[in-house]
Design a protein around this ligand. Sequence first.
Ligand SMILES: NC(=O)c1ccc[n+]([C@@H]2O[C@H](COP(=O)([O-])OP(=O)(O)OC[C@H]3O[C@@H](n4cnc5c(N)ncnc54)[C@H](OP(=O)(O)O)[C@@H]3O)[C@@H](O)[C@H]2O)c1
Length: 251
Amino acid sequence: MARYGLIGRSLGHSRSPELFADLFAREGVSGAHYDLFELEAVEGLPALIAAHPDLRGLNVTIPYKQTVIPFLHALSTEASAVGAVNSIRITGDRWTGHNTDIEGFRALLAPHLRSLIDQGGEVRPRALVLGSGGSSRAVAYALREHGLRFRVVSRSRDRGDLTWDQVDRTVIGVCRLIINTTPLGMWPTVEEVPPLPYASLTERHHLIDLVYNPEETLFLRRGREAGAVVENGLVMLRRQAEAAWRFWGEG
Ligand SMILES: NC(=O)c1ccc[n+]([C@@H]2O[C@H](COP(=O)([O-])OP(=O)(O)OC[C@H]3O[C@@H](n4cnc5c(N)ncnc54)[C@H](OP(=O)(O)O)[C@@H]3O)[C@@H](O)[C@H]2O)c1
């Protein structure tokens, strides 16, 4: 039997087990299990792997995507570039980190870019990335691949280009692609919303929320009500899981 799973601190929101159950069924994989492993601290990783000798691969979520790196023996090019790991391949004593959020976000971004570029022939729409954590870095990596200019909004002046109080109607007017990489609005705190001047949104804006639970966050609802094109993180979730599955198989 081969075991896979997800590590993170609080995993009640995770849809990964059903996602991987579907994937195993589609690929005709029998005898594979996907479990949720809540860890109080990332230091618990070696003991977890030791306790489950059948573990072949792990996904990593909040808050361990960066802090897990010192425990790994090798990193893929993408994981090194982004400085965050969301998938670990376990081959005997060798644990290799990779970042499949990049591939997942590429898939989520592609149709929005096509549509933004079609709108009035604007070749390089500007983007606003909300939050500066692990997934924000994967988003930034994918935006750079397209040569897109973007600004990162953070609670700290040190981690972003703008703080929240600086995001005014001028910034919103310039940035027609807005990507939420914060957990604001994620179940169970569904009443939370990134503090933006939503009244400045138009039907020419595209709002992407990496959060997928609930399917429509308050951020996306405010965008939809302003006429913007909106999408949650489900496509990304599926694509990053498929990429993780391929990565685990490459060992
Ligand atoms: N759809 C998918 O496949 C997918 C993939 C990855 C992540 N996600 C989702 O994306 C979200 C972020 O994940 P992550 O791994 O990037 O988490 P993370 O590393 O903890 O980063 C989240 C960032 O959001 C900002 N933030 C956190 N709490 C905030 C608050 N109360 N107010 C304002 N900003 C806050 C912080 O940036 P500052 O410190 O700079 O303010 C933080 O670094 C989660 O909801 C996760 O489920 C979805």
